[in-house]
Design a binder for this molecule. Structure first.
Ligand code: MG
Length: 262
């Protein structure tokens, strides 16, 4: 029985990734560092999950001779980046992706539990929710974020943390992801994964999801089907998810994973 939906944040709930990129560039400029992450470089860096880890990887690979000194500067860079990200969300806004608000509302009305499982820092999650939901809405029952999980995606830790918080089994939930590392993480936690391609997904693969679509879709703005399970009318809704989940019927290896290779 489907009891819970668990969402990644960056690229899944909203197209946050480019704001993260811009926030890093603001932090670099504030500290007088002559670094600029363009979209192509950032697409590469996104294979490293977690902002702090991404920054450390960049320093180690692109600035190896001064890596030791620069690593000492990392906490300051990351702290400024988090502040800059908040400012950018306030300036530019950060709308939810198509179908997210609708599906969340459908799930809440039906008593389906909702969680977030993300490598991003908790303040970033709170800002996104504050920008899109009334102050007292609390759309998610559980928020598993950032350093609460010992290992970042693609390790299963953050999804296992969300499942434990929800007190549901992986076979009773569906995960939503936009990246290869995220899909691997959810799969390693035993969850079936529905993949929505995001702005930065193109350089990644969506293998392992049972369904891949351009977004969740809206009745007046259907999504584009990419691979795997298709959704009537180009819309992922709760009724469709429940119907699909019922077909699993407690099989031990329920998910026919796609190999989209795109
Ligand atoms: Mg993501």
């Amino acid at each position: 029985m489907l009891k819970a939906l668990i969402f990644d944040v960056d690229g899944t709930l909203a197209e946050t990734e480019d704001l993260h990129r811009q926030a890093f560039n603001r932090a670099f400029a504030e500290l007088g560092l002559p670094w600029h992450w363009d979209e192509a470089l950032y697409a590469d860096l996104l294979t490293v999950m977690g902002g702090k880890e991404r920054l450390a990887h960049y320093i180690d690979t692109q600035h190896a001779p001064e890596a030791k000194a620069l690593r000492g500067l990392s906490p300051e860079i990351h702290a400024r980046k988090t502040v800059a990200y908040g400012a950018l969300v306030a300036e530019i806004g950060l709308p939810l992706r198509p179908g997210i608000a609708r599906l969340i509302a459908e799930a809440r009305a039906a008593g389906i539990r909702l969680a977030v499982a993300t490598t991003t820092s908790r303040p970033n999650v709170d800002r996104l929710l504050a920008a899109n939901f009334p102050p007292d809405a609390a759309p998610f029952d559980v928020i598993a974020a950032g350093d609460e999980a010992k290992r970042k995606k693609p390790a299963p830790d953050v999804f296992l943390l969300a499942l434990a918080g929800l007190n549901v089994a992986a076979s009773e939930a569906v995960a939503f992801e936009d990246s290869a590392a995220g899909i691997s993480s959810a799969r390693a936690a035993g969850l079936p994964v529905l993949a929505t391609r995001s702005r930065y997904t193109d350089s990644h693969r969506l293998d392992g999801a049972f369904s891949a679509v351009s977004d969740l879709g809206e009745p007046d703005r259907p999504h584009r089907h990419i691979a795997g399970v298709a959704w009537p009318g180009g819309v992922v809704d709760l009724a469709g998810l429940i119907r699909w989940h019922e077909t699993l019927d407690g099989q031990s290896t329920p998910v026919q994973a796609i190999g989209t290779n795109r």
